[in-house]
Design a protein around this ligand. Sequence first.
Ligand code: ADP
Ligand code: MG
Length: 242
Amino acid sequence: MISVRGVRKSFGSATVLDGIDLEVHRGEVVSILGSSGSGKSTLVRCINGLEKLDGGRITVDDFDVSHPKQLAEARKRSATVFQLFNLYPHMTAVQNVTLAPIQVLKQSRTQAESAARALLDSVGLGARADAYPAQLSGGQRQRVGICRALAMKPSYLLLDEITSALDPEMTAEVLSILARLAKTGTTMVFVTHEIEFARTISSRIVFLDKGQLVVDLPTGQFFAPDGGMSKPRIAQFLSKMR
Ligand code: ADP
Ligand code: MG
């Protein structure tokens, strides 16, 4: 599991994560909701070991991300797709997807390429495998990003607002892939503003507000009339989203 315990993070005098506790077990889909600036991306970056914690502890399958010798093992187990397209522009889709399997997992180029082509095919990009990012639409780039993450065979897939820069049609393309992954038991931490979609795929919903995790409920309870939604702060958030 991913275990986040008492995590604190500040930038200068601003406290961005103020004692976060969160557990994500294998097989779960946990959606993280919260206003812009509430600390969602910082939390994801902390889970990836991209930010130094000011307090608390994060482990991924018992590997401590703050421990230099354990970070590589932790990172092998979780893979992240970010909000902004962060593919390497000078590499084709298939080259983007095979880079880490070759360098980190030490797969042969042949093995990595055939796996990458199969993955790209599975997200409807079989015919675009040799295209460069600039030749792809935003939705296609995010689908390549998902393939790049999945190529590492992660135990946990972290998705940070991967549809927020996409138009509705492209968003739907990408969400349908996530729905399929959820059905096949992929463990996901899904940072999103797509409330209705989160409702359909998540086992749990957590809500971040000013660096604090104010709600952590099974999806049904979150959306129940007297559940998490009834908290004024969340009701206000949801009313802006719908
Ligand atoms: P969210 O993803 O929920 O929109 P973020 O985690 O990106 O929120 O940001 C939370 C707060 O931390 C924001 O106020 C943001 O400006 C601040 N912040 C994030 N990263 C940095 C950084 N590297 N340096 C300074 N402030 C940052
Ligand atoms: Mg963010």
